[in-house]
Design a protein around this ligand. Structure first.
Ligand code: NI
Length: 129
């Protein structure tokens, strides 16, 4: 047994950047990531994977676009939601939120988005802690 213990509170206290997920740990071929979010992300999809969101604190809206139809899911603390693979989505949090994410290691946070990356967003496969 060589895996280190990691701690959610310690990792959350170690950074302030928004939209810059930290890799809390890995399980099989997946990252468990922690992100602080505020404001709006960019529209994107992950063609090869679902993406799991667990809201630890605050409120997170996820706008979804499918077959030209736009809907929004409103997530509150401890809500759990999976964006299916290939579905365009744009997370947004007016008041700020802390989110746990589960997705395959190497998954780019901005997915297939190919525009200019706004300054308040980190386009990353997750930052090591
Ligand atoms: Ni995504």
């Amino acid at each position: 047994m060589t895996n280190p213990i990691t701690n959610i509170d310690t990792v959350l206290a170690s950074f302030q950047e928004r939209w810059s997920p930290r890799i809390l740990t890995q399980v099989n071929d997946y990252d468990v990531r922690l992100a602080k979010v505020e404001g709006s992300f960019v529209w994107h999809a992950h063609p090869d994977t679902d993406e799991l969101f667990i809201v630890l604190e605050g409120r997170l809206d996820i706008h979804l676009r499918e077959s030209g139809e736009e809907t929004t899911v409103h997530l509150a603390q401890h809500d759990v939601f999976v964006v299916p693979r290939g579905i365009e989505h744009c997370p947004e949090s007016a008041g700020g939120a802390t989110v746990m994410l589960l997705e395959p290691t190497g998954t780019l946070s901005t997915g297939d988005y190919d525009g200019a990356i706004p300054a308040h967003i980190d386009s990353t496969t997750g930052v090591e802690v």
